[in-house]
Design a protein around this ligand. Structure first.
Ligand code: GLA
Length: 400
């Protein structure tokens, strides 16, 4: 951990706002990152997912400005970007290089403009302790916290599912990642001590109690392979899935079941991709039932199957992610581990491990195993569930 990440993010947001723009913002809002407990690469096939919002946040500080400019500062990237007028965003060129991150902010402002909200010039500062590019949804934490702050600053009645939809569009159209609704919904609607069973077709959200942190520890291991999902590999999977659905004669792979899939004899690549989606959707349902019954061992078995499927059929794992999962599985339930799997889109990023909180040394053992294999340390942290996005009332702002 670096020294700056130890300063609470709300303090960093306020301090960096003051340094860049002077004075205090009008609004502070926070939005969390998430882990996907299970249900990966199925949101864009209208599938079921089971994420949980976690105690790592992006905080947005926002103020209407009178200098006629839209400016955004990322404290984590130490980057200041000037944005075009959001009303003209659809035709404006996208930012590239060091300020490419600011396209996400522009996408959010453009979303408000599309809703008919007049977006005046704004000063915006962001600080986050959701690790960037690590599969914990740092982008949605940024877009959802900004949308929450802007809605408050402009008194625009936008929250919940429509706000999440706007953030998904911001990421797809401006961030270059044709993502689904998983991340913004988890960040916008999460509830402390609960996972969320989301039906990405109906957008029905059910909250499933997650065991208290005193009983089940959620460990996140960073594989150290960071990636940007706008590099095209995520989009490639999405296209493959769409092509597979077309070949199977269904609108979405959600509409396919395993028996039908077997009779179709699709080309091998489509068969593998479709098999992952069809089985993963089933697993989410079963895993949510296991969680409701507080059966963590069974839940862990579904996590193992999910990882295997992402590795073999969906081909988004990496040797580093597989090694972390193998090290965790080698400890097994006898060693206090319920389950482990990659979380997020894959291609690098993080592995989550659910473990018996009463057992000590689990994280250290997994990290040591990783270090033996790759001759470099794996950083890990314990996270816990936390509520979804919210405006931080001024009375609760930290003294900056
Ligand atoms: C990324 C995307 C999500 C989802 C996951 C994979 O996090 O933003 O929409 O597709 O990958 O489950």
């Amino acid at each position: 951990m670096s020294a700056t990440t130890k300063v609470p993010v709300a303090v960093r947001a306020l301090e960096s706002f003051a340094r860049r723009f002077g004075g205090r913002p009008a609004v502070l809002a926070r939005a969390p990152g998430r882990v996907t407990l299970i249900g990966e690469h199925v949101d864009y096939s209208d599938g079921l997912v089971l994420p949980m919002s976690i105690d790592r946040d992006c905080v947005s500080a926002v103020r209407v400005s009178n200098d006629g400019r839209w400016r955004a500062w990322s404290d984590d990237l130490q980057s200041l970007a000037e944005l075009p007028d959001p009303a003209t965003a659809s035709t404006a060129p996208r930012a590239t290089g060091a300020s490419a991150w600011s396209n996400l902010a522009l996408g959010v402002l453009a979303g408000f403009a599309r809703e008919g909200v007049r977006v005046p010039p704004l000063e915006m500062a962001f600080a986050s302790d959701v690790p960037l590019g690590a599969g914990l949804s740092s982008s949605a934490a940024l877009t959802v916290s900004l949308a929450t702050a802007v809605a408050e600053a402009l008194s625009a009645p936008l929250f919940g599912i429509p706000l999440a939809r706007m953030c998904q569009e911001a990421e797809s159209e401006f961030g270059g990642v044709p993502c689904g609704m998983l991340d913004p919904l988890a960040s916008a609607l999460g509830r402390a001590d609960h996972a969320m069973l989301i039906d990405c077709r109906s957008l029905d959200v059910r909250f499933v109690p997650f065991p208290p942190a005193a009983r089940v520890a959620l460990l996140v291991f960073d594989s150290g392979v960071h990636r940007s999902l706008s590099d095209g590999r995520y989009a490639e999977r999405r296209h493959e899935v769409e092509d597979a659905a077309r070949a199977a004669g269904v609108g979405m792979l959600r509409d396919l079941d395993e028996t039908k899939l077997r009779t179709l004899k699709l080309p091998a690549l489509f068969e593998r991709r479709a098999r992952h989606v069809v089985r993963e959707i089933q697993r989410v349902q079963l895993a949510a039932n296991a969680l409701r019954r507080d059966d963590m061992e069974l839940f862990g078995l579904f996590m193992a199957q999910s990882h295997q499927s992402l590795r073999d059929d969906f081909a988004v794992s990496t040797p580093e992610l597989d090694a972390l999962v193998d090290e965790a599985r080698a400890l097994g339930t006898a060693g206090g581990v319920y389950g482990a799997r990659l979380t997020g889109a894959g291609f690098g990023g993080s592995v989550i491990v659910l473990a018996d909180a009463a057992r000590t040394g689990i994280g250290e053992r997994i990290a040591a195993g990783f270090e033996r294999r790759f001759k470099r340390p794996a950083s890990w942290q314990r996270v816990s569930s936390a509520p979804g996005a919210a405006v931080i009332p001024a009375a609760r702002w930290p003294a900056a």
